[in-house]
Design a protein around this ligand. Sequence first.
Ligand code: URA
Length: 292
Amino acid sequence: MLALLAWWREAGVSDALDEVPLDWTAEPGRAPGAAFDWPEKSTSAPEGARVTTGTQAPAAERAPHIRGPAAPAPPAGRDPQPTRRAPTQVASARNAARSAETLVRLQELLQSFDGCPLKVTAKSLCFYRGSETARVAVIGEAPGREEDLAGKPFVGRAGQLLDRMLAAIGLAESDVHITNIVYWRPPGNRTPTPEEAQACRPFLERQLELVAPEFILTLGGPAAKAILDVNDGILKLRGRWREVRIGSHSVRVMPTLHPAYLLRQPEAKRQAWRDLLQLKAALDGQTGSPSP
Ligand code: URA
């Protein structure tokens, strides 16, 4: 039995969602998340509120037009999306996010937002930890199991390593704003899909506008790709400053390796350390870029 549980866990089955198993493959149209309304081009943020990079067109304009399968009629009996909202409610939640005046209000809006299917399987919303007005925003990929239980980003082993990495350049939790590109744990800790990141994006953009950091440290490939809107791998992206616009100001972005990767590949810590030293130099007002 233990071996079977370990095998399921390995395959991504990490949490029991119901008392009895249900074969979703027999009812594909009803699978959790099948009927979510994905963000469309027309619901993108107003110009001033977008995160854009360099001279490229804004991310939302280049995003493919994504739409999930048509919503099936609610079946009799159990509904796998008990809190699902009408598409107009989802769109208005996104629009409200763009005008939220505080992080508290943004969190309230996220709590009632049903436009990201990850919410169905997650236990908690993981919004942020750290300061509301930090000079540095740290952006990871997605909450994991520990984070889902605690309702905060980066509280597990990777988070503890992150805290030690930041402390090594003199940054405490109160000096940084730590969040992720999605606010709910993907089942089995898989990588969030671009659609899931896109669903959370208006909230992340507004969050960054409100925090107004001078620097962003992205952790791992998915976060770097989502923030910089590029497709390169993290080993190519890390260690080089980029610039993105958030609202009316520009922010310098330093992509680095994810602490979970560093736990598996400790020899890569020296690369992450070089990236962190560049962040420290920038915080101290020094210019110049040591080689990656
Ligand atoms: N990994 C992430 O990317 N984010 C977390 O919050 C925890 C682990």
